[in-house]
Design a protein around this ligand. Sequence first.
Ligand code: EPZ
Length: 416
Amino acid sequence: MDKFVIEGGRPLAGKIKISGSKNAALPILFASILLDGPIQLNNIPELCDIKTTLHLLDILGIKYNYENSGVILTVGTLNPEAPYELVRTMRASVLCLGPLLARIGRANVALPGGCAIGARPVDQHLKALEAMGASFDLEDGNIIGKCDKLHGAHIHFDMPTVGGTENIIMAAVLADGETILENAAREPEIVDLANFLVSCGAKIEGHGESVIRIQGVTALRGSRYSVMADRIEAGTFMVAAGITGGKLVLENCPLEKLGAVVAKLKAMGLKIGKTDEGTEVDATGNLSCVNVKTEPYPGFPTDMQAQIMALMCIADGEGEVEESIFENRFMHVQELIRMGAQIRIAGKKANVKGVRKLEGAPVMASDLRASASLVLAGLAARGESEVLRIYHLDRGYEHIENKLNAVGACIKRVKQ
Ligand code: EPZ
């Protein structure tokens, strides 16, 4: 298991190119199950979760090959079995459920286990698919789904689930009749998935809003599509500028999809704005703590909670971070405290009191975004930090150490 050794205290300066979005690329890759004809996807990031997904698609009957920064996919004879050893490493594998049922009426997907940040059940996915005509058995931890032909339904989610919304959009585009999805999630990655499917001939309206209407069609063609930029990667690098007191220009930054994040970072004292070069983030002034509560989009994204908490650790004053989406997404707190941060957890809330300097220390990554927050803290800390188990990081950040070292960081990846 690799680790990062980070020499802190170096203000970052320069330009970073934002990669394609992991959380848009994953559902779009699974949507290829629905399509007749070759698919050319561009701006696909080089990440472990993408490789896992392509491996899973290969098992399901979809051949792929890399070309430039893109992937070409060809759908062959589909197999309904998604094996446990792959699904357990990536809960997004549950996104093959809707497409397989829509395409071949069968799906055998290992139940995704919980993960470090919470139980993350899929009850909303199953309830909605049952309303569309699917039936499910649970055998040895596998979800065995069957249906003759999915039909449209009027569905109301108990909460705006991103994966649930994506699964039902993919199930509905080939179903008989109209599906209305209420209390749908509004994340930009869902809009990207819907735009991709519309480019393949799907009939979808209202994506990005809370009510989505889908008219089923009989078949969908392949198409060429470029995946949106990764707003969470961009937000993470904005914090990297802030926590090192530096100045970065982010190329391909989806600024318009980061409204809640930019509002909070500006309130902390960062200067953020579009220039001809890209999005400039200037953090050479003082920083102050703010209060943050994570919410479904367009609220403050839970995937940026750990990162902004790291920034607050070295800002003036005190602030409260409330995690309202997942029940266990404070795994980074104990590790930040090892670096000298002053944080007190009370249920879903963490109270952060800024300190002048963090001290370098060995810390342990636990999940993707917690790992990012520990790297950010290491960039700011006095002396040397080690971030262990950075395989978590490799799931969602493309060559992060290369990108940061190119703008003045000193991060060494050490094989263990
Ligand atoms: C997606 O996960 C993202 N993953 C997550 O990003 C992100 O944190 C999350 O959405 C919230 O924005 C991908 O897009 C691949 P949810 P997902 O279904 O779809 C509960 C990252 O760091 N829920 O919106 O699994 C669930 O327990 C990852 O890139 C049910 O109760 O999230 C959670 O509390 C981490 N029943 C809440 O809803 C269900 O059937 C939100 O989950 C489904 C969800």
